[in-house]
Ligand binder design. Structure first.
Ligand SMILES: Cc1cc2nc3c(=O)[nH]c(=O)nc-3n(C[C@H](O)[C@H](O)[C@H](O)COP(=O)(O)OP(=O)(O)OC[C@H]3O[C@@H](n4cnc5c(N)ncnc54)[C@H](O)[C@@H]3O)c2cc1C
Ligand code: SF4
Ligand code: SF4
Length: 415
């Protein structure tokens, strides 16, 4: 096994990706495990070595996923669209995640909350942080849209003798945490998951904003919105919006780490409670209660929330099938007029609400399956979880036509 470097997390997230992951396996999201004393457990715990989705689902739920939405969203008991009516000003959306983390500490349900604040002097460089007070959790609100070694602080939590902990993190971090959980010494571990589309190393994030924005230095908040645009809010309160189809991919290049291109857990399916936005109507947050602990978390935050019905709009099938065809072609940027038309169609005709969430999860599964097949063909049987092939089954004909091979061939080999 290659030597694994451990670096202090505060500085490591400022490094270029290559330098940061030096000595690591080629597919690594720097989840933090290998920067901790748990490193010897990497081979058994890393989802990019061997995924443990079915095993963890059996442990958490006593079953694996049923056909339908669970194949895409993961196992859930209840699903809501909700928001905090008066959100804290530093929140990414309405601050449900950090308000919940703060409440856990206020009510003495946990002794610490593992969260991610910004490296001092930066807006978006992530620094994993073990918060011990509600104020510290609230201060960590807002996305730092970069890969972050959150699990590195499990050492600190264990050294302090904490027995009741809440962890807030992305899908890959949660996958490793769940695989490790039976070996950890916590009596209570609440896992609050945020969905995660794609992520980048911090220097790549800075480069991306420089290319995309008219004023990268003044951006205080950014989000990839359901209207197929990136919204960037500046210090003066103005919001700059750029259509996804207008991103100059030739200039941006391959900024996503191999881990995010080999990741099959967009909705953070192994969390107790997932809190995102993409399945909710515009302006609302999307909550999936998954476990008994998730129900406990939800009941704790419920009095702070207002609710709206979940909605479904449009039909994703045709668009996602077209996407399969696009995956097989060389990426290129259409002329400006066509891009304008595509952006218009996406906004007005595109899938909405839960159908939007289904479509972007499917597209990520398809893109990543293809990425693995092209770049790490021997890893497919270990990294791709069982549910992916069944979830993508409706696109098998489009896949066959685009790539001249079967979508499910790896699964069939194992049968
Ligand atoms: C890289 C990234 C991509 C995302 N993509 C999607 C998406 O496609 N669809 C979707 O529905 N939701 C996505 N989310 C989640 C979403 O943007 C919000 O974070 C979530 O809805 C919570 O909002 P909030 O206002 O309740 O959070 P807040 O109360 O503002 O709290 C945000 C929490 O996020 C944590 N956090 C911030 N940055 C990181 C990081 N880099 N790694 C780990 N934890 C971090 C902080 O610790 C904090 O606790 C993404 C988040 C990140 C970090
Ligand atoms: S993703 Fe995490 S567990 Fe896997 S190699 Fe990287 S740091 Fe280690
Ligand atoms: S896309 Fe997946 S691998 Fe990348 S940071 Fe998000 S959860 Fe982790």
């Amino acid at each position: 096994m290659p030597e694994v470097l451990s670096k202090p997390s505060a500085e490591s997230t400022l490094l270029e990706l290559d330098e940061r992951l030096k000595g690591r396996p080629k597919i690594c999201s720097d989840c933090g495990l290998c920067g901790s004393s748990l490193r010897p457990l990497m081979a058994q715990s890393c989802t990019f070595v061997q995924n443990h989705v079915a095993e963890v689902e059996l442990r958490l739920h006593g079953r694996t996923r049923q056909p339908g939405d669970e194949l895409l969203f993961g196992i859930y008991r209840e699903m809501y669209a909700a928001r905090i009516p008066k959100p804290p000003s530093n929140a990414q959306w309405t601050g449900i995640v950090t308000t919940l983390g703060a409440k856990l500490l206020e009510q003495g349900l946990v002794e610490g909350v593992l969260t991610t604040r910004a490296v001092p002097g930066t807006r978006f460089a992530p620094q994993p942080f073990l918060a011990r007070t509600p104020e510290e959790v609230r201060a960590s609100a807002g996305n730092k849209p970069c890969i972050s070694p959150g699990l590195s602080l499990l050492d600190e939590a264990q050294a302090l003798g904490l027995k009741r902990l809440a962890f807030i993190g992305t899908g890959c971090q949660v996958q490793m945490l769940r695989a490790l959980e039976p070996r950890l010494d916590f009596t209570k571990l609440y896992v609050i998951g945020i969905p995660c589309s794609d992520n980048v190393a911090y220097p790549d994030q800075l480069r991306f904003l420089k290319i995309i924005s008219r004023s990268p230095a003044t951006i205080v908040h950014q989000e990839f919105m359901q209207d197929f645009r990136l919204w960037m809010r500046h210090e003066d309160g103005k919001v700059e919006k750029v259509n996804f189809v207008d991103f100059p991919m030739d200039k941006i290049g391959d900024i996503f780490p191999p881990s995010c291109l080999a990741c099959f857990d967009y909705p953070n399916a192994l969390a107790d409670l997932t809190i995102g936005y993409m399945g909710a109507p515009f302006g609302w947050q999307w909550l999936m209660v998954r476990t008994t602990l998730g129900a406990e978390l939800f009941n704790l935050i419920k009095p702070d929330l207002e609710f709206t019905p979940l909605t479904v709009g449009g039909n994703r099938r045709e668009g996602v099938s077209r996407y399969v065809g696009m995956l097989a072609k060389k990426p290129g940027r259409p002329p400006a007029l066509i891009r304008k038309f595509v952006a218009f169609l996406q906004r007005w005709k595109g899938a909405k609400g839960l159908e939007f969430a289904r479509s972007i999860i499917e597209m990520k599964l398809l893109r990543n399956l293809q990425y693995l097949r092209q770049n790490f063909p021997t890893h497919e049987g270990k990294i791709v979880p069982y549910h992916v092939y069944e979830a993508l089954e409706p696109y098998a004909p489009a896949y066959r036509q685009a790539f001249g091979r079967e979508m499910e061939e790896e699964k069939r080999k194992g049968e």
